[in-house]
Design a binder for this molecule. Sequence first.
Ligand code: BES
Ligand code: ZN
Length: 887
Amino acid sequence: MCRTQAGVDMTGGGASGSSQGRELLPANVVPRHYHVTLEPDFEKLTFEGTVVIDVDVAEDSSSMAVNTLELDIRSAKVSSGGQTISSAPRVSRDESTQVSKFDFDGSLAKGSQAQLEISFTGHLNDKMVGFYRSTYKRPDGSDGILATTQMEPTDARRAFPCFDEPALKAKFTITLVADKKLTCLSNMDVASETEVQSKISGTTKKAVHFNTSPLMSTYLVAFIVGELNYVESLDFRVPVRVYAPPGQDIEHGRFSLDLAVKTLKFYEKVFGIDFPLPKMDQVAIPDFAQGAMENWGLITYRVVDLLLDEKASGAATKERVAEVVQHELAHQWFGNLVTMDWWEGLWLNEGFATWASWYSCNVFYPEWHVWQTYVTDNLQSALSLDSLRSSHPIEVPVKRADEINQIFDAISYSKGSCVLRMISTYLGEDIFLEGVRQYLKKHAYGNTQTGDLWASLSAASGKPLQEIMSAWTKKVGYPVLTVTENEEEGSVHVKQNRFLRTGDTKPEEDEVLYPVFLSMRTKDGVDKSLALNERERVLELPSGDFFKLNANHTGIYRTSYTPSRLEKLGKAAKEGLLTVEDRAGMIADAGALATSGYQKTSGVLSLLKGFDSETEFVVWNEIIGRLAGIQSAWMFEDKAVRDGLEAFLRDLVSPKAHKMGWQFSDNDGHVEQQFKAMMFEVAGLSGDETIIAAARDMFAKFMSGDRAALHPNIRKSVFTIALKFGGEQEYNKILEHYRSATNSDERNSCLRCLGRAKDPILVERTLALLFGGEVKDQDVYLPVSGLRSHPAGIEAMFAWMTTNWDEIYRRLPPGLSILGNMVMIMTSGFTTQDQLSNVEKFFVSKNNNGYDQSLEQSKDSIRSKVSWLARDGEDVAAWLKANGYSA
Ligand code: BES
Ligand code: ZN
């Protein structure tokens, strides 16, 4: 079934929350305790395993069904009360549901306890799912292999037979068998080590027995076997460590180590519950499909998201590492201790972890002003994706593995966290946190639905949250508020309608009325009491003629003002009447409304022009982002217009870039560093000659060995500028640097910019890198991202994708979100109807499982550009002419 259709159906108010159609295991037995033993074989790239599952028998049974995937079942046994019921149950398999069923002749009586024991062999795969292998270079150049796991959402079944559903929590007692010199890690600490005879080689190995875990879901189980170094801190109640394989400088784990200690202490206090496990390990894994994974007590990370060389990386990288570490640690409570009862509630995990990481980051690093960044980051990601017809409600029914994978998206993470930020603003942070503590305490070691959260928050606040919130999580989309004024009557009229980026909302898509907090800002402050629960409403025009809705943009909506009010708001911004969040949010709204036809794009250009004296990073970030959005929609339009847009951008940013300069010192604040870097890059890329010359100079010095000549904050910018205005020589130098650099962040900077080179031969070389053997599958999206910056790159990339589709599909199986990301990157740069038709034609005959949602979203975003260009093509050309940016 097509996910997108489900999304559209929901608009009309379909029955979310139904569990119908979910692929669930039969409930005749309930797992209580798993005893898992695993031994990886690094020669054959397989693993041998046995699992004994203690179950409670809920109904008289003569069969048991468990999830398995790509496991070879060697033998099985069913026993009860010390008696063997069956020493060879018949095994049958359902490939489509990934279930193995064991039938036996005897019967297990309801109310009894039983054991299912299974021996199996698995493949230590290289697809970054289940129990898989990761490879790395040792300092001496030799190759090393690490065995590690990634179970979420539904791949524990690849590592051992299990009841692979989040609500079926059980205890886990894990044993790993390995060479004595290897490190073995799992969720729990080590209980004991014994010597055993290897099932594989017959030699003596160690068996590392881990302590039994508390009740937990299968997707949080983890184990790792390999050569690992670590740094440790004993500043927390339990030991905290950061591990990395040889070839990584383990000292680069210090930042994350110290931050983890600080974060654990803080979350224990704020969430009111101690971290329940005996240790906390964080491990850098060289091949990792996501950014990180919150396995209880054993968090795994992509190398760049855990290890930080403060001397070789800039402020933005540091902020990313901090975000990821805090996010995964927040999951130790939100997700691990209290878990959604089914994937439909994924936002309870991801929305909460996202919110919590921002919350703690703001406390640890107040000077980073992360809640300001939030408005241009999470809020815009949420509003952007949720403006597409192919979006979905936060609580979306998901049934099968390939559907579950696709909801790890901006709706679950960003819209989910926006919902929490909205409630926390509405209730006040203290009451919100009190409700959160009650929720965690009540459901510790258990499973919840969204309603349980509302119940605890309602209990803490006395407010009927279920009513207020259900539209926000059960319905797709959000409203645009159209604000008109009647000066004679002194009134303001606000009306809500569903906002779609394509600007073509149909009446049947516009039936939901969202409860909107108006948060009107006037000269007297913010009125938090005003709400719009109906279609439209009339308010009193505040005295002094100044007002703005959605103060600080804590509400999930766009506001469309009349051109004259927007002009007044532009002035108000200059007079200091608006906060940073207000200014950035207002610009974002104006940009999005132009895209969808609520306003003219020329109006946005004029608004932005008036922001030339803006002083804040976050606001500039949004200005630049919106202009980049216009540029990419106009990607295939006349050169004169494209040049005009570039000239306008240059005029806007260059003076500021020169004023700030591109020298970095220890006195620069964290935000200032990113601000300078951004202005430098944008001015350079839009053709500022002085900056291009400076970039070339730094590039030459850096590439000839003078590392100090190029500050990490602008390393990527300088590479990008050098390539945009350079050729083969620069390309070769960057590629060479990629090959020789050891720092992962630095290597990523190289990959990210290669696609900027426009020469067709270089474009082909960039594409050839993808599966050429030297770029890890986890990184394939990096080189292509640069190709999106120019028409030839966008076209070549799609052509490459159509030719290499089978290989792409084989390497990046649908279970990996990378596949969806790649489809999105490689198609969504298009802007014309013909291009859209080509995309449709190509995919119509393909099996879209696992990426159908990304594909639909990409097509929707092309559609919105097609109509935007038809609507405002002339308007933009005329504005550029009138303002002297094109002849
Ligand atoms: N639980 C996710 C990891 C995950 C994502 C597993 C998708 C399976 C499928 C983890 O907590 C996470 O959200 N990681 C993010 C980083 C975070 C800072 C947003 C990631 O991987 O990018
Ligand atoms: Zn997460």
